[in-house]
Ligand binder design. Structure first.
Ligand SMILES: Nc1ncnc2c1ncn2[C@@H]1O[C@H](COP(=O)(O)OP(=O)(O)OP(=O)(O)O)[C@@H](O)[C@H]1O
Length: 351
């Protein structure tokens, strides 16, 4: 059963659940050694520098890291939406077995919005200010499914209802500026899920919203993800959202994945000093700390990267383990070491 049928038909039946759980182990997206650089006047910005990860059908992968570490450029590269001075220099983006980096642009246009779709931090700026939202959603059906305008509108209203917009018939006549941030994000989610995509890339979807609305939008995403069995790459810098939403986590630092594991492992046994730093910088209920830990220093300049581990200049563990590690951290980039099944870490401490 396709995600689209699931969307129309509500929750899957028991026999369909079996199908879904068999699908679940299947890798839907595999990114291999992706490199995307920006060729600026100041120099070459190595925004994504050898990134590899995978997403299984129906799972939520959290892509986390500080601002500027390459999360958005990774997702735009998957969608092939990188524009000059940016260029994808190498790697593979295998989606359901096809390398998206090799597809003709016409096929990529068909795929965007239908099988892979994306939502962003600022929903209002992604909507066209001069068209009613009903028209904008209906257009998705007109373009991709050849429906008439009237049929498109009917489906648009169903979708608005599904994403929890009150009085959808009336709301469909609104223009984007008449919507609150939370409503606009619901509309974006409706548009992104209109054609039942297998993969949704959500780039900081709740960062611009206030906290109660954030929780509602996350609940909505999770409910729809379960119902439609859509895989999600959830980009965030908020470890609280990761804990709530994700099945697996890939942590990025300075253009590279530095740790990857299932969500329980990331929280119970974080291994990379940077991941530990990220977790130390969030408050924990019931644990009284005089002050939250911070990671000293700043993210390196992606034009002028240090020769060894990119985190080494900020790493306390490197200093504490100097006798054991010598200068390796400052001199050689660590590979990803498998430390336990499904857990990889880019740190010489595990070499
Ligand atoms: N058009 C561009 N020209 C030059 N550099 C760029 C361009 N777009 C992105 N970059 C650089 O690529 C790097 C990665 O940016 P990216 O937006 O992917 O980070 P991010 O992790 O998503 O951060 P944020 O959470 O702030 O969105 C940054 O150093 C950024 O300055």
């Amino acid at each position: 059963m396709s995600a689209r049928d699931r969307l129309r038909g509500g929750y899957p039946l028991k026999e369909e659940m079996a199908l879904v759980s068999r699908d679940s182990r299947e890798v839907l997206l595999e990114v291999r050694d992706l490199r995307t650089y920006f060729f600026t006047e100041e120099g070459v910005v190595k925004a994504v520098d050898g990134v590899s990860f995978h997403v299984r059908r129906g799972e939520i992968l959290g892509l986390v890291g500080e601002s500027g570490c390459g999360k958005s450029v990774t997702s735009l590269s998957i969608m092939r939406l990188i524009t000059p001075p940016g260029r994808i220099l190498g790697g593979e983006v295998l989606f359901d077995g096809m390398d998206l980096l090799k597809l003709p642009e016409s096929e990529m246009v068909r795929l965007r919005g239908s099988r892979i779709s994306m939502i962003f931090q600022q929903p209002v700026s992604c909507l066209n200010p001069v068209f009613k939202i009903g028209d904008q959603i209906a257009e998705v059906f007109q373009v991709h499914e050849g429906l008439s305008r009237a049929e498109g509108w009917r489906r648009a209203i169903e979708l608005l209802q599904m994403v929890g917009i009150p009085d959808p018939e009336r709301r469909a006549h609104s223009y984007p500026h008449e919507l609150s941030g939370g409503m606009a994000q619901r509309v974006m989610i409706a548009m992104a899920l209109a054609l039942g995509p297998e993969l949704l890339i959500a780039d900081e979807p709740t960062t611009a919203l206030d906290v109660t609305i954030q929780a509602q939008i996350l609940d909505l995403m999770r409910e729809l993800q379960r119902r439609m069995h859509t895989a999600i790459i959830l980009i965030t810098h908020d470890m609280g959202i990761v804990a709530e939403m994700c099945d697996r986590v890939a942590v990025m630092y300075a253009g590279q994945i530095i740790e990857e594991a299932d969500v329980h492992t990331i929280f119970s046994n974080p291994q990379h000093p940077y991941t530990r730093g990220l977790l130390g910088s969030i408050p924990v209920m019931g644990v009284v700390k005089p002050r939250l830990d911070t990671i000293p220093g700043t993210v390196p300049n992606l034009i002028d990267l240090p020769p060894g581990c990119r985190f080494a200049p900020r790493c306390r563990a490197r200093v504490e383990n100097q006798a054991q590690l010598g200068n390796v951290c400052l001199e050689q980039i660590p590979p990803l070491f498998h430390t336990e099944p499904g857990h990889q870490v880019r740190c010489w401490l595990y070499g």
